[in-house]
Design a protein around this ligand. Sequence first.
Ligand SMILES: [Zn+2]
Length: 324
Amino acid sequence: MDTRLLDFIVCPRDRSALRGSANQLICDQGHAYGIVDGVPVLLVEETEVPFTHNLARHALQSTRTDSPDLVPAPQDGEVDAFVSQWIAATNGSLYQHLVGKLQEYPIPNLRLPPGNGRLFLEVGCNWGRWCIAAARAGYRPIGIDPSLGGIRAARHVARQLGVDALFVVGDGRYLPLRDNTIDQAFSYSVLQHLSKENVRITLREIRRVVRPGGDSLIQMANKLGPRSIYNQLRHLVVGTQGFEVRYWLPGELLSAFRQELGPTKVEVDGFFSLNPQISDLRFLPRKYQAVVHASEALRKASRFLPPLRYAADSLYLRTKKTAH
Ligand SMILES: [Zn+2]
């Protein structure tokens, strides 16, 4: 395990300090957490609180066996098999054609100012694309995700791309991090999948770990977006399956974020899809490139025509933590 993590992590149950050996971390109250392949698994048991994602169960099971079921690390020059397999799940349906065939990692551009060494937390980082984007923008990233496969992949990708970042397995509702330490919190295409109550719990945790004056940028799905309306109608007809997107009205988002996190502004992320990244155009078929171009044009227009944000599918909530 990267021992620099000990400067930041705490017990997710009671936030007391953790001390460690090669394969286990123990808190002052005696809670023990396994380390698998160098990754601390800082999760609360399912018997204490239901998981937000089944992958947490796999991570905890992996701490209890000598031969955990792990995707092998990639060789030099190879794309990580986990990322290739999960690319449509992490990046959205526009990337479906790349599943199992990924040749290169799509690293997005962050809509944030240069990091200048500031500490960046990504909640739900999976294979770490935004942490890598943050490191390239000058931040010091810490990525947290309940998926052990995702966190291992993030470490592999960061190493292959020559990026310095820290990653741990954890739950956004029980962030295993010290109070008032993070300069910039970030989350993309993650909180939109949680129940509204779990979103509020996660926002309170983000507020706890962000320092006074620190910032958050969190993506959510807008109930009024055209693609969102289509998806909601489809779900009425064919039902939902598992880790579905939860849709919020913009006013509902602002009210929850202001209550739980601090003064918040809403801005457009994109239209017609929940993950349009202009930086990824070369990865996409021509018909989807047209979608992303249209989305980007409307996003830029929304700066001059703010009501357009009510019709965006994907929104960013930008919050500053005020000192009490
Ligand atoms: Zn503890």
